[in-house]
Design a protein around this ligand. Structure first.
Ligand SMILES: [Zn+2]
Length: 484
């Protein structure tokens, strides 16, 4: 009996074997099934889809509040669009899935399954934008995109098909475009941190690590317990050659024709979901922030009894008016059910047995603090409301603390090696984030096995000291971490 119970739950500790922990959580919590028959393509199961639907809703409502309008663009992109801007085609070609046939007929010109949709949006921007009155044009779409990843795929973290939002904007001035980038960073904080509970740092990527087609790239890095960072949303100032190649221009107030300034922002919901699992999960399994939990309240009747049945149905009706709720009527022992809902990361579990019924009380288990409490039956709705209010904040506080403790200042390559080995993000002086600094980044990569992630836009610290790699005077403070 004990052996069976052991196998049902997560059988490894998150800190001891993170990779195996992740695999087990994905399988045992029924988040995704990798047996679709196509490598890197997942079957997303209800427990992940229900959460990601809420994540989409949360992100889309903020985008729309900030003036973005939703679109649905085609999945296929003509090859000619793709070839218009050279850095873009150079960067993306190795990852493109090409559609070459319609039935038996070979297409004269093949189509790309969108790896990202700049080249479709900009083609339409050129048709839609006439004057300064049309700007800013703020768009977005929720879509699945396809990339032929050659690195090892991992469910949600790196797949060949993933689900994201891409926001594309056109502006009259470079300053407006940069303000859009800043707005995207605020949106990331508002949604990823404050709703999904993810701590991250936004870096401006060094020139050698920009999005293919961007003049400046800003990206949020989230840290995993194994010390590797995962890139989450990035936002880009698109190089002027794009506007030129796609003829995106407008007539300004002075009646002169000018090229528009383009930006794009890409929160990958399915990859952000990976960070939610990883950041909040523990040895028992998942923990979901309140607003994105697939289910918020589970009710477990302790005995199979008519009076209890009647009671839980009443409770379900009341709770269901405000929150998502399920009654676990399966023919299993209460202990197994407790274990199940804890593993699944349901924020609140309510247990009710015959004794409770007699005493007009209930037991409430909250997954944020892993605490049980007996309450008066009449206080139930008040109690749920109060847990709902503090639940996500409790997860955020814990995650922030872990993240903040993982940033370490280092003064030498040796110190950096040590910190990185301990799972930290290392902070140090660096000579240049332009092309001439790439050699030093390569040295760091070779000696430490970690990457220069970039500089912080709001870095207030005064830069002093020397470049960690070449010893020249430091011009920047950079952050170095291992990455997926
Ligand atoms: Zn250097």
């Amino acid at each position: 009996m004990t052996k069976k119970k052991f196998q049902e739950g997560i059988a490894v500790k998150k800190d001891e074997n993170f990779s195996e922990w992740y695999t087990q959580v994905v399988q045992k919590c029924e988040l995704a099934d990798i047996r679709s028959g196509v490598k890197g393509f997942l079957v997303f199961q209800p427990w992940s889809v229900m959460s990601m639907e809420k994540m989409y809703a949360s992100m889309e409502s903020v985008l729309q509040r900030k003036g973005h309008k939703p679109y649905w663009f085609p999945t296929l992109i003509p090859e000619v669009n793709f070839k218009k801007e050279s850095s873009h085609i150079g960067g993306f070609t190795p990852e493109v899935f090409w559609v070459t046939h319609g039935g038996d007929k070979k297409f004269e010109n093949k189509y790309a399954m969108r790896p990202t949709s700049e080249t479709l949006f900009y083609q339409m921007f050129a048709k839609w934008i006439r004057s300064y009155n049309d700007l800013p044009l703020k768009t977005y779409q929720r879509a699945n995109v396809f990339r032929y990843e050659t690195k090892m795929t991992r469910p949600f973290l790196r797949s060949r098909e993933f689900h994201w939002i891409e926001a594309h904007c056109a502006h009259a001035t470079e300053e407006d475009a940069f303000n859009q980038v800043k707005e995207d960073m605020d949106t990331t904080k508002e949604v990823l941190h404050d709703v999904f509970g993810l701590p991250f740092m936004f870096f401006e990527r060094p020139s050698w690590d920009k999005f293919p087609g961007a003049s400046r790239t800003f990206a949020a890095d989230v840290l995993n317990p194994d010390g590797k960072v995962v890139q989450q949303p990035s936002t880009h100032m698109i190089t002027p050659s794009f506007a030129k190649a796609f003829d995106v221009k407008f007539t300004d107030k002075d009646e002169k024709e000018k090229p528009a300034y383009l930006t794009c922002y890409g929160p990958a919901i399915s990859r952000i979901f990976a960070s939610v699992i990883i950041t909040h999960g523990d040895d028992k399994g998942l923990k979901f922030p309140w607003d994105i939990a697939p289910l918020q309240v589970a009710i477990v009747p302790i005995q199979d009894d008519v009076k209890i049945k009647k009671k839980v149905e009443e409770m379900k009706k009341d709770i269901g008016k405000l929150y998502s709720v399920e009654v676990d009527n399966r023919d299993k022992r209460p202990g197994e059910k407790f274990h199940h809902w804890e593993m699944k990361g349901v924020p609140i579990r309510i247990d009710i047995g015959l004794n409770d019924l007699k005493n007009k009380q209930l037991t409430i288990f909250r997954r944020d603090l892993d605490k049980k409490e007996v309450i008066d039956e009449k206080d139930l709705m008040k109690k749920i409301a109060s847990i709902a209010k503090s639940f996500t904040n409790n997860l955020i506080k814990k995650a922030d603390k872990v993240f903040d403790n993982r940033i370490k200042d280092v003064k030498s390559i040796e110190e950096m090696k040590k910190s990185i080995k301990e799972g930290a993000i290392a902070r140090c002086g660096f000579c240049s984030v332009e092309k001439d600094g790439e050699k030093c980044a390569e040295k760091v990569e070779k000696d430490v096995g970690a990457f220069v992630r970039g500089t912080k836009l709001d870095e207030k610290e005064k830069v002093s000291g020397k470049c960690i790699a070449c010893g020249k005077k430091a011009k920047h403070i950079v952050y170095v971490a291992r990455a997926y």
